[in-house]
Every structure is written in C-alpha cells, then in structure tokens.
Write a protein that binds this ligand. Structure first.
Ligand SMILES: [Zn+2]
Length: 147
C-alpha cells in the first residue's frame, strides 16, 4: 500500500455481538486499483458517537492484492455533520481516511418500492474464531412496510 491519506466513505450502523453493543462499519477508501474495503465490528462504540472514538475493530479487509481478517485499530478524529477522519491500521490497511459518513447500509438507505427512508435494525454481528465478521443489516420501510 502506497497511500497514507485518502478519501473514503463510511457506513456506520448500530450493532450488537451477543449482549455487547458496538458499531457495524463498512469502510471504503481509495480509488480503483488501490481501493480497500473493510467490514468491521467496533465494540463499545455507538455508531452515532464516533467523534474522537478510539477502539480495536475486528473484521475483514479486502484490497486488490488480497484479503485479510483480524484487528484494525481505529482512531477517529473529528466526526461531525456527515464527515470525519479516521486513522486505521491493521492487516492490509494503514492510512488516514477522510470520509463521508452514512447511517445507511452500503446498498442504500431508501425503499426500492416507495422511495421512503428505510428503518435499519440493530445489526446482529458474529465474529467467528477464524476471523472476519458476519453481519447483515436488516432494513424495513416504515412507509409501505416492505423489506
Ligand atoms: Zn416503502
């Protein structure tokens, strides 16, 4: 990896691993052949309280030259008004990422039937012993009632 500061996008959703609250994060940084995607669970930090948060997240990092699982140290700077910055270091990733923040799942936050904003349930996360993270955001439309 050659870059140290890049632009990216972060989707942060409330999550829970068993009884343990945290945040389910989907981070995309860099462009094209240097793009890195990380799917992470960050324990003990609320998805809407990332400002100056610090923690060790666990999950999977996908890059053009490989895929890693493990722990990623996250140190957030100022996170405000839908933007923020985070230093991420771990397997396959070591960068300061200036991101736009979304509270929607990565595949969209609006109902494909009626266009209303979707309600997102707390993401139930599993971190298997062999690494990575499994979490599937569940959404529901409060307007038309469809999934
Ligand atoms: Zn709808």
């Amino acid at each position: 990896m050659t870059w140290t500061q890049v632009d990216g996008e972060l989707s942060a959703l409330p999550a829970r691993r068993g009884d343990e609250p945290g945040a389910y994060l989907w981070l995309t940084a860099g462009e094209r052949h240097e793009q890195v995607t990380a799917e992470l669970f960050l324990p003990a930090v609320a998805a809407d309280e990332l400002d100056s948060a610090l923690g060790i997240a666990i999950g999977t990092i996908h890059a053009a030259d490989g895929e890693w699982t493990g722990e990623v140290r996250l140190q957030f700077g100022r996170v405000k008004d839908g933007r923020g910055i985070v230093s991420a270091s771990g397997p396959g990733i070591d960068a300061d990422i200036r991101f736009t923040l979304s509270s929607h799942p990565r595949d969209g936050g609006f109902c494909r039937h009626c266009g209303a904003e979707l309600e997102v349930a707390v993401v139930s996360v599993i971190t298997p012993p062999d690494g990575g993270v499994i979490g599937t955001p569940q959404t529901r439309c409060g307007a038309c009632g469809k999934d």
